[in-house]
Design a protein around this ligand. Structure first.
Ligand SMILES: Nc1ncnc2c1ncn2[C@@H]1O[C@H](COP(=O)(O)OP(=O)(O)OP(=O)(O)O)[C@@H](O)[C@H]1O
Length: 578
């Protein structure tokens, strides 16, 4: 963990150096307080001298002022490094997450990943920003105090020293256990958090099915199990603290007894004994403090491990080292799909796409139809290179998309998904997602083209209106028109349209259809068509079944040539008439 953290900390070497100097100074000054005490007792009390007392007090005061200044720098610098490093780690972690393909997020719960970004990094921050420095300071005090103890009295020091192994060994053993338990406990908390996030997000379904009690119970079970794991960890730590306490205090008492006997026998001055006791208390205190933060450092080590794992996750799909450029002047078709075969890793024996061939010319509108599960959405994923086909390829004007930079490939497309995706931001920000630098005028033009302008200006704050999480404050049709406005603003070469099946009312559907027509104007479009109303507008229809392309043609020709298409068409007309 340390070497991993070091790569982040080493960027701030100057501050680290100041922090370490301050740390050493404060530890040294803390220990030198013992000499102040010795002077006060021997030169003041024992010598019955007011002057001696005043001189000793002055020295003590000076030490205290130095200590305060040192503490200021130590705290400031160490906390600064802690906050800075954690911000850097968060940024790197989030940057990595954004590069991972969608399949990663199918296998890992979003809430759990979120907890890595927030909870785990916060834990790291406490450790880097305070516990580390605390531990280091106390270690220095421990070592310095030990040295001074030996210098001033070997016999008494040995008494204190005998207990050290009894503290250190249990510390190491219990520490390992705590580390493991803390990883478990963090995992469980993350899981509970993910569950809570999901159920709250879908609160309507939960409440409509009146399953509040069920999800409450599931959450409670999760929280309870996290608590039980935490409890086991706490028991270990409590035991450790008690053990250290009894060992340390016991040793101090025995040492006091021996030391006082020596003072009574005249072998030791009262000041020396006081200074020694001061050191011993410092040493004991710092040892106890180290044991206490040791557990926390172990916990952070668990957190660091999880973050490190996530940052180290390599995306399966990356841009090639030397990407090629698409030559739009070339005669080859805009999109050429050849022998495309793909199975999802979780279902290796089931081919979601099976030897698919299809070419699409520039400006063409092609509809994909087929029964549910025939591979239409999977084809979109492969076009966008969210997934890697096992066999076959896709070429854009003759260049395999594997040879293209991912950003320039995806910039060719705009995706309008079945469920419009809106972010918890205002209208302008949501539309501008299609083209980040767009001016207000461009945004409004896109909204007008998408037949969204009128309803937007009717919103309480017009274009500045906040839409709520996932756009909950809009109707389904309005959300779709915003998503279309976003795609119009993006002005892509190729439009991937997963047409909404959701039952919009006739008026709203008409508006959405008009918006879509605007969007598809002069643009190569691939539509996953769920309604025949759409199919009427396209140049060609590709019929898919079980991942295979079974026929291509127009509505009329397919009614003759494709029994499957005829069946789908009949079904739609029947339900239409009904
Ligand atoms: N993430 C996934 N992991 C495993 N299998 C998947 C995954 N997504 C889809 N599939 C499977 O791949 C096949 C094709 O699914 P796909 O979503 O492409 O169909 P579709 O034609 O878009 O269906 P629909 O019209 O219902 O949206 C289906 O058998 C489906 O169960």
């Amino acid at each position: 963990m340390l070497s991993w953290l070091w790569q982040f900390v080493k960027l701030y070497k100057t501050r680290l150096a100041i922090a370490i100097v301050a740390l050493i100074c404060t530890s040294a000054l803390t220990l030198s307080l013992g000499q102040g005490i010795r002077l006060m007792i021997d030169n003041g009390f024992a010598a019955q001298s007011y002057d001696g007392l005043a001189a000793a007090l002055k020295i003590t005061l000076l030490i205290i002022v130095g200590l305060a200044i040192g503490a200021y720098f130590r705290f400031y610098m160490v906390s600064w490094i802690g906050e800075r490093v954690v911000a850097d780690i968060r940024r790197q972690l989030y940057g990595r997450l954004l590069k991972l393909p969608p399949s990663f997020f199918e296998d890992n719960l979003a809430g759990e990943i979120q907890s890595r970004v927030t909870t785990d990094t916060t834990l790291l921050q406490t450790v880097i920003g305070s516990s580390f420095s605390f531990a280091l300071r106390n270690t220095l005090t421990f070592l310095g105090g030990m040295t001074l103890m030996f210098v001033s009295n070997v016999k008494l020091s040995l008494v204190v020293l005998t207990v050290v192994p009894f503290i250190v060994f249990p510390l190491i053993i219990v520490g390992r256990k705590v580390k493991r338990l803390s990883k478990d406990s963090q995992d469980k908390v993350a899981h509970v958090g993910a569950w809570a996030g999901e159920s709250l997000q879908h609160i309507k379904v939960v409440q409509a099915f009146t399953r509040e009690d069920l999800v409450k119970q599931q959450f409670a079970d999760g929280a309870e199990s996290a608590f039980q794991t935490a409890l086991r960890r706490i028991r270990y730590r409590a035991f450790l603290i008690a053990l250290v306490m009894i060992m340390v205090m016991g040793a101090v008492t025995v040492m006091l007894y021996i030391g006082e006997t020596d003072v009574l026998a005249g072998n030791l001055s009262a000041g020396d004994l006081s200074a020694f006791v001061f050191y011993a208390i410092m040493v004991a205190g710092s040892l106890a403090a180290v044991t206490e933060v040791y557990g926390e450092v172990q916990r952070a080590a668990g957190a660091a491990e999880r973050i490190r794992e996530l940052i180290a996750t390599e995306p399966e799909i990356e841009s090639p080292q030397a990407p090629e450029q698409v030559d739009f002047g070339r005669a080859e078709p805009l999109i050429a799909i050849a022998n495309l075969t793909f199975s999802y890793p979780s279902r290796p024996n089931h081919q979601a796409l099976d030897g698919l061939n299809l070419t699409i010319q520039r400006g063409e509108r092609v509809a994909l139809v087929g029964p549910s599960g025939s591979g239409k959405s999977t084809l979109f994923d492969l076009l966008l290179r969210f997934r890697q086909p096992q066999v076959g390829n896709i070429k854009i004007h003759g260049t395999d998309i594997k040879q293209l930079d991912l950003v320039s490939l995806r910039d060719l497309y705009a995706l309008v998904p079945q469920q419009p995706v809106l972010f918890s931001a205002n209208v302008v920000e949501n539309i501008r997602f299609g083209k980040p630098g767009a001016s207000q005028a461009e945004v409004e033009a896109a909204a007008k083209a998408a037949y969204a302008h009128d309803f937007i200006v009717d919103l309480p704050q017009g274009y500045q209106s906040f839409l709520g999480e996932q756009g909950v404050k809009l109707s389904g049709g309005q959300r779709q028109r915003l998503a279309i406005a976003r795609a119009i603003l993006a002005d892509p070469k190729i439009l991937l349209l997963d047409e909404a099946t959701s039952a919009l009312d006739a008026q709203s559907e008409h508006l959405v259809q008009q918006a879509l027509d605007e969007l598809m104007k002069h643009r190569t479009t691939l539509i996953i068509a769920h309604r025949l109303a759409t199919v009427a507008h396209v140049d060609r229809i590709a019929v898919l079944e079980h991942g295979k392309l079974v026929d291509v043609g127009t509505h009329q020709s397919l009614l003759q040539s494709s029994p499957l298409y005829k069946r789908l068409a009949d079904l739609q007309f029947q339900s239409h008439q009904a």
